[in-house]
Write a protein that binds this ligand. Structure first.
Ligand code: ITT
Length: 198
């Protein structure tokens, strides 16, 4: 089964395919089927934004679409950057600029607890939907560590592994991450949905 990923983010595509390809699911970027759908992420929750993205791409392509909306919520910042994680600090910042700003905003702060959330939404051309969510608790490191992954990975620290997301292999990250957990739930729900269709 093939899904169009409503995203411009190739890292998300790779993480999704690493997990879902073992189950006969292929995910391709919207750009791979000649689409570039601009979606305003106006939702107040990750789940709402994920469904907005998936629905727009399903409507534009007529094909099953899937989206991930994700972000990091920091307790000492009252949950920020949260749903604004991609836009934290404004459009001129890149990934490194955003995590440096986060470190700056936490300077002197001893409470570093945070969690990552991934909301996955999928919608079929007949309007049927499947939603899943995954959460990974952690802390915000004092300095960036590691070169793997993307986004805030170098500063998202997992106390139980004593490593940041960026210091994990892709398989290690998938085993504990917000997206890995959300995709595991999604996969189970998709299997149940497909079995019902038979
Ligand atoms: P699309 O909306 O096109 O899918 P995006 O990167 O803008 O791509 P979001 O709107 O969901 O995605 O924003 C997610 C933000 O959280 C973005 O800044 C990411 O870098 C960051 N993020 C999400 N998952 C992450 C992960 O596994 N590791 C590090 N940062 C992550």
């Amino acid at each position: 089964m093939k899904f169009i990923l409503a995203s411009q983010n190739p890292h998300k595509l790779k993480e999704m395919n690493d997990i879902l390809s073992a189950h006969g699911i292929e995910v391709v970027l919207e750009g791979d089927v000649g689409l570039h759908v601009e979606v305003e992420e106006t939702g107040s929750t990750f789940a709402e934004n994920a469904m907005l993205k998936a629905k727009a791409v399903m409507e534009a392509s007529g094909l099953p679409a899937i989206a991930d909306d994700s972000g990091v919520c920091v307790d000492a910042l009252n949950g920020a950057p949260g749903v604004y994680s991609a836009r934290y600090g404004g459009p001129e910042l890149d990934d490194a600029g955003r995590y440096r700003l986060l470190l700056e905003n936490l300077r002197g702060q001893t409470n570093r607890t945070a969690h990552f959330i991934s909301a996955i939404a999928c919608i079929f051309p007949n309007g049927d939907t499947i939603e899943a969510e995954g959460i990974c608790p952690g802390t915000i490191a004092f300095v960036p560590m590691g070169n793997g992954g993307f986004g805030y990975d170098p500063v998202f620290f997992l106390p139980q592994l004593k490593k940041t997301y960026a210091q994990l292999t892709p398989a290690e990250k998938a085993a504990v991450s917000h997206r890995g957990k959300a995709l595991a739930v999604f996969e189970e729900k998709l299997k149940a949905y497909l079995a019902q269709q038979k």
